[in-house]
Design a protein around this ligand. Structure first.
Ligand code: 3HC
Length: 680
């Protein structure tokens, strides 16, 4: 299949790249583009060339699927060099998004014209990489070190207006990109970015390193990018390019980049579900009803308001509904204060909010999500009411974190329209949406939920019904091991620090203190005896009984003075007493054991979830844990990390824990055992 087409318009060559879906720089594309450029260089009738791309994307960069395979000539650096050497003015006409190698290709051109809606960026850090086709050497030469540092380490694209301001593009096209690029080409000269000097200093790089130290903790790529940017100032261009390439190659084969690339594809694979395709009908969702004006309900409502949908929010009284409205307004106001949205955007969203106290006000909603108290009977009652008033074809969803959605669906006469839409707190910020299908949810409703997730910019993953679904079921196991470790002699600080060092955003006990220890205690109180390890959560229960519920009460697993947390000596005493009562012997715990107990518990439960077909694939589980709980992306999620550790090692360690601590929880999943044998 031909992917590069050349057309001559008067004396200007127009090179069109057409390599769907995103014009990635595959080997075929590189060869054809290289041949096209050579032909144009040798054609004396042509005075300049314009490169433009077909489709919605200018070019999404190197073909990520080719990474790890032997490089085929011409490589991307070969092609970039050829473009740099091109003897006639070469103009990139950028539509859609020019990302990574795609933007680097545009930087090898002598000039850039951008469509008014186009964006450019170097998102390689998100894949655990640095730009490897000259981006770290050309961009600082073009826009100065300060802006290049920002763009390359954040990976965030910028729009045409900003690109013009920074000097990336010379013209913004408002009407016809190709015509504008051709007319620009007629008067253009040959201007190579490589010949420019970098405006910046080594000190700036060092200061920037301190600035990103916290947000980039554990990642390799942002710091490698800083080294390459430093090289852009300290080395001649050609040597800088070699330096960049070496760093890039090191990163491509690193476990970090493999894990981050795994998550890139996993996130996309999660949206592909058997039985659902482009022909599956999707229902229109313009009006959303939300029941419950707590933190969760308000956060959920904001997602839809921000996406331009009308929301009716129901609470039991005028006071409660007014308080919910106030909460939503405050959240929007803080977004305005932080410069994330304009006053006008806030007003447009708030104007779409309708505060109600009567269920009849939901009769026009296309989708109704309940976020009431986590109690099955309360929720069933809500579902009965909704079954009476919701219009035909409306989708009814629960935001429950743990409860059985089949039971909720069973009290209605429209079981196929019921599902779980499980948001994570704070719901307007956290990126994951677990779409939970019951035994009867129709494909049409699932497909609509996936589309909805896209519209509100969430990452969706499909889950079956089980206690806690994918995310919270796994997290409960991690919580259990963390709790048991305290009884066995580890300290709160030791467990939290170990998991923080592993790469989690915070330790389990810091998280519990933030969320409120009472929430879990109340939820567990409703569980049947024996369904969870009472010992593991005994300290939690004791703390709540004493009114020490976490940050909000000034004491929990830590003591709080303002936001500063301190050791809570009370925990050591409770742990010793509980350990004695349960007959658990205490000893010093190693970091290795703490880490493995927590992480292998997650992995084993992940395999059980897969075995029971609650999750459709291991990569779905990785997406859930990375997006809901911040499992370090450079480790790729618990299931990917298990492969990295070696499945045989994982099974062996679980068996050792079974000998040491009993096999009530430490029974390896049979699927894990099977996969470990296969991998041998
Ligand atoms: N290589 C290979 N496949 C790619 C790709 C790439 N660079 N970018 C996207 N794809 C694939 C996706 O996997 C998906 O495949 P699928 O349909 O089989 O699932 C398909 O293209 C469409 O992608 P999206 O579903 O993401 O489509 P959207 O329209 O939502 O988004 C996009 C388009 C904004 C371009 C988004 O795909 C994206 O962000 N792509 C990655 C961009 C990137 O990270 N570029 C840097 C690559 S590394 C590099 O260039 C190194 C260089 O410096 C040497």
């Amino acid at each position: 299949m031909t992917v590069v087409f050349t057309d001559i318009k008067n004396d200007i060559a127009v090179i069109t790249i057409d390599n769907p879906p995103v014009n990635a720089l595959s080997h075929a594309l590189r060869s054809e583009l290289s041949n096209a450029l050579e032909g144009i260089n040798n054609n004396t009738k042509i005075i300049a060339a314009v490169i433009i791309c077909a489709g919605r994307t200018f070019c999404a960069g190197a073909d990520i699927k080719e990474f790890g395979k032997p490089p085929l000539s011409p490589t991307l650096p070969d092609l970039m060099e050829q473009m740099d050497e091109f003897e006639k003015p070469l103009i990139a006409a950028i539509n859609g998004t020019a990302l990574g190698g795609g933007f680097e290709l545009a930087l090898c051109c002598h000039h850039r014209v951008m469509d008014v809606n186009a964006k450019v960026g170097l998102p390689e850090v998100n894949l655990g990489l640095i730009p490897g086709a000259g981006g770290t050497q050309r961009l600082p030469r073009l826009i100065g070190l300060a802006h290049a540092l920002q763009m390359i380490t954040s990976g965030k694209p910028i729009n045409a207006e900003k690109a013009k301001k920074l000097g990336i593009s010379e013209k913004v096209s408002e009407h016809n990109l190709l015509e504008d690029a051709i007319s620009f080409a007629k008067g253009a000269d040959v201007r190579r970015i490589r010949d420019l000097k970098v405006d910046g200093s080594t000190e700036e790089v060092e200061n920037f390193q301190n600035k990103i130290a916290r947000r980039s903790r554990g990642f390799l790529a942002p710091f490698a990018a800083l080294d390459a940017l430093k090289a852009s100032m300290e080395l001649p261009f050609e040597e800088g390019i070699v330096f960049e390439r070496e760093k890039f190659m090191e990163l491509v084969s690193s476990s970090h980049s493999k894990a981050q690339r795994h998550l890139f594809f996993a996130e996309r694979a999660a949206t592909k579900v058997d039985g659902i395709d482009k022909t599956t009908p999707i229902r229109k969702i313009n009006h959303v009803g939300v029941i419950g004006g707590g933190i969760m309900g308000c956060g959920i409502a904001i997602n839809f308001l921000s996406a331009g949908m009308a929301v009716s929010l129901l609470e039991i009284s005028n006071e409660a509904v007014a308080a919910a409205g106030e909460k939503i307004r405050n959240i929007y106001q803080s977004m305005v204060n932080k410069g994330r949205i304009s006053e006008e955007q806030m007003q447009t969203a708030i104007n779409q909010l309708n505060l109600i106290t009567d269920y009849d006000g939901l009769s026009n909603s296309d989708l109704i999500i309940e976020a009431v108290f986590e109690d099955l009977n309360v929720k069933k009652e809500v579902f009965r009411k909704l079954d009476n008033i919701a219009k035909e074809g409306a989708i009814i969803a629960t935001n429950t974190s743990f409860l059985d959605i089949n039971e909720m669906a069973n009290v209605t006469t429209r079981k196929s329209d019921i599902l779980g839409l499980h948001f994570f707190s704070p719901a307007h910020i956290m990126p994951l949406l677990e779409i939970v299908k019951t035994d009867d949810t129709s494909n049409e409703v699932i497909a609509t939920a996936f589309q909805l997730a896209k519209n509100i910019r969430k990452t969706p993953v499909l889950s079956g019904v089980c206690y806690g679904f994918i995310a919270n079921r796994m997290s409960s196991c991690y919580g259990r091991e963390a709790g048991l470790l305290l009884l066995e002699g580890a300290t709160v600080e030791q467990v939290d620090q170990t998991m923080f060092d592993f790469g989690m955003p915070m330790g389990m006990f810091t998280m519990l203190d933030m969320a409120g220890i009472d929430i879990g205690v109340m939820a567990r109180a409703k569980l049947p005896n024996g369904s969870y390890d009472e010992r593991a959560f005994s300290i939690h229960a004791e703390l709540v009984e004493k009114g020490h519920k976490g940050q909000k009460t000034g004491a929990g697993f830590y003591l709080y003075e303002g936001k500063e947390k301190k050791h809570n000596p009370e925990i050591d005493k409770i742990a010793e007493k509980m350990a004695h009562d349960f007959g658990i012997s205490r000893c010093r715990k190693t970091t290795k054991e703490i880490e493995e107990r927590c992480i292998l518990a997650l992995i084993n439960e992940g395999y059980k979830i897969l075995e029971e077909e609650i999750a459709l694939s291991a990569s779905d589980i990785d997406v859930v844990y990375a997006f809901a709980f911040g499992f370090p992306r450079y480790k790729g999620g618990p299931m990917h990390y298990a492969e990295h550790l070696g499945l045989k090692y994982v099974v062996d360690r679980i068996n050792e824990f079974a000998v040491q601590y009993g096999d009530r929880w430490w029974k390896p999943s049979s699927l894990l055992v099977k996969r470990a044998k296969e991998s041998e």
